[in-house]
Design a binder for this molecule. Structure first.
Ligand code: FES
Ligand code: FES
Length: 171
């Protein structure tokens, strides 16, 4: 017997997106498989690694632990929503490039979401704030210091008017 499907309407990166999902379709599968927003990565699929992080109503959440039906009526921001409409990098994204805050890039979408959520609520974070904000996101490549440097650089640039080294201009 075919599994029952449910209609969902979710605001994703400022646009109302609709689809049909099963009750057990995770939010990350809906984003990647239905909406083709493949910037959000899938790692552990049980809430440990943070690769699947997105913002739900402005707060970072694990999209592997949320069913798509639970996001009905909510506002989701994925890593695609951090860049400008023309694809140029935000100040934060540009800062990751500048400080070599990524290597393989697998953790990067989740790191960017965690960092953006931090900067949204705390524009001038200290090192402890930054390390706490990314504490639930695993990176196997960088040793984390370059990521911390990237977030601090972005905060400094934004305090000075948000000018990235190239492209960008958005937080
Ligand atoms: S894939 Fe969701 S926390 Fe690892
Ligand atoms: S850059 Fe490879 S896991 Fe973080």
């Amino acid at each position: 017997m075919a599994e029952r499907r449910y209609s969902v309407s979710i605001e994703v990166n400022g646009t109302l997106r609709q689809g049909t999902v099963t009750a057990r379709t995770s939010l990350v599968d809906f984003l990647r498989d239905e909406l083709r927003l493949t910037g959000t990565h899938v790692g552990c699929e049980h809430g440990i690694c943070g690769a699947c992080s997105v913002m739900l109503d402005g707060d970072p959440v694990r999209s592997c632990l949320i069913f798509a039906v639970q996001a009905e009526g909510h506002r989701i921001t994925t890593v695609e929503g951090l860049a400008h409409a023309d694809g140029s990098l935000s100040v934060l994204q540009d800062s990751f490039c500048e400080t070599h805050g990524l290597q393989c890039g697998y953790c990067t979408p989740g790191m960017l979401i965690a960092a953006q959520a931090l900067l949204d609520r705390c524009p001038q974070p200290g090192e402890d704030d930054i390390r706490h904000a990314i504490g639930g996101n695993l990176c196997r490549c960088t040793g984390y210091q370059q990521i911390v440097d990237a977030i601090r650089l972005a905060a400094d640039r934004l305090a000075k008017g948000g000018v990235p080294s190239a492209g960008g201009g958005k937080t």
